[in-house]
Ligand binder design. Structure first.
Ligand code: NAG
Length: 152
């Protein structure tokens, strides 16, 4: 391939990638998480949900403590999608939700149950131990004690 052809090709690639839709971004984020250990979820999420790559997905990620380093059960993509909630929800927003309310997830048709009491905030019975690990204008990340079980 000649130099000018190569340049054209490179420009095409960059434009192609940068025009990624929000749905495509969601799929890429899920894919990245499905292939990472929990310790890498935060950097994977932030680097994949990047405005330089296309449309950003306003979203919130719940990261399990790394006592279990990755998910060894069934479908890793479904598992990752269940830990992602559309919309940026910082800890104040979660606390403002009533005990017993549900958060939709990126796993279609699956919701996370919120328990809010004086003993703490629990998602599907799993305690949120490190809220607001990362928050910017479009994303939030919180750490939970153990993986959330989408197969209930
Ligand atoms: C959730 O719990 C916190 C701490 O107990 C409390 O301040 C807050 O008002 C509760 N939220 C709702 C919506 O009940």
């Amino acid at each position: 391939m000649g130099r000018s052809n190569f340049l054209l090709f490179a420009v095409f690639l960059i434009v192609g990638v940068a025009s990624r839709t929000m749905d495509e971004t969601a799929q890429e984020v899920i894919e990245a998480l499905a292939h990472s250990i929990f310790d890498d979820w935060s950097p994977s999420f932030i680097s994949t949900n990047n405005p330089l790559l296309g449309q950003v997905l306003p979203s919130t990620l719940f990261i399990p403590m790394s006592t279990t380093s990755s998910y060894e059960g069934g479908d890793k993509r479904k598992f990752a999608a269940y830990h992602l909630v559309p919309g940026k929800i910082d800890f104040t927003d979660i606390l403002s939700k009533k005990d017993g309310s549900r958060l939709p997830t990126l796993l279609a048709g699956s919701f996370i149950l919120i328990s809010n009491s004086s003993s703490g905030l629990y998602l599907d019975g799993v305690q949120v131990i490190e809220p607001d690990v990362y928050v910017d204008s479009v994303m939030a990340i919180h750490r939970v004690v153990s993986p959330l079980d989408f197969a209930r």
